[in-house]
Design a protein around this ligand. Sequence first.
Ligand SMILES: NC(=O)c1ccc[n+]([C@@H]2O[C@H](COP(=O)([O-])OP(=O)(O)OC[C@H]3O[C@@H](n4cnc5c(N)ncnc54)[C@H](OP(=O)(O)O)[C@@H]3O)[C@@H](O)[C@H]2O)c1
Length: 266
Amino acid sequence: MNAATEGFSLQGRSALVIGGGSGIGREIALGYRRAGAKVLLAGRRAERLLAVAEELRAAAGPADGSAGDGPRLAYPADARASGALAELAATVAADHGTPDILVNCQGTTAIKPALELSEAEYDTILDTNLKSVFFACTAFAPGMLARGDGRIVNITSLAAHTGWANAAAYSASKWGVAGITQSLAAEWGEGGVRVNAIAPGFFMTELNRERMPEARKAEARRRSAMRRMGELSELVGAAIFLASDAAAFVNGATLRVDGGYLASGI
Ligand SMILES: NC(=O)c1ccc[n+]([C@@H]2O[C@H](COP(=O)([O-])OP(=O)(O)OC[C@H]3O[C@@H](n4cnc5c(N)ncnc54)[C@H](OP(=O)(O)O)[C@@H]3O)[C@@H](O)[C@H]2O)c1
């Protein structure tokens, strides 16, 4: 590494990725590990977290504190409950100290007409995608503010920038995360805690592989200026950047990683 790129290193940093057991969160977790960070994982399915924890350990060097059987890396938790997030923050802090980096990658969706969405489905989407982000941020921020340094990366969506037919509740949740990102950036910037977001374009994961009808997938490709979906590896650089010292004065920003979807008109 040379002087021009060392700001992008996460060496010596610790990160917690909520939603790190699959899809985008797993990819970011492995990318952070490769960038030098100790990476912890949270989500509901313990077996998925343990599987990714094994991948993280395999990627760790022998002299690294997270190699071998080593300390605990996987923290099963349901992020919809603020109490579970408070407990998660306390347990992680006791095991490793408050992480330098928090990634909120938890999420769910339902693709169906607004007129058919039940109150229970609406609540599940808003609690998983929005409420959880607020309370994860407020659970981990005190430790970060006490240290005078913290980096939070929230995963929003193109649906935080445009309206989405058949995904109104998802869109509402992601507009909400965009608002939380900017508001907490404004509130905590002085305390050294930066809060930014990534708005991914379309990436085939458990979230949408089965849920998106073929016609909607084709439309997503057509609307991207690059005429394709993204590869998960193409999100990692943005996530490392926002968590790194290279982004020391980047606060309240949303980085769009969408192949030019939002840039395109006609
Ligand atoms: N794929 C895309 O094209 C795309 C585009 C824009 C934004 N996003 C966003 O990217 C994020 C990750 O989605 P993905 O595409 O990678 O799909 P995914 O593989 O389904 O990831 C969602 C993750 O959220 C976790 N999660 C869900 N509910 C949770 C809860 N109550 N508590 C804790 N963790 C929970 C899941 O783990 P458990 O089920 O084990 O809890 C899972 O690991 C989501 O916020 C999604 O909205 C995705």
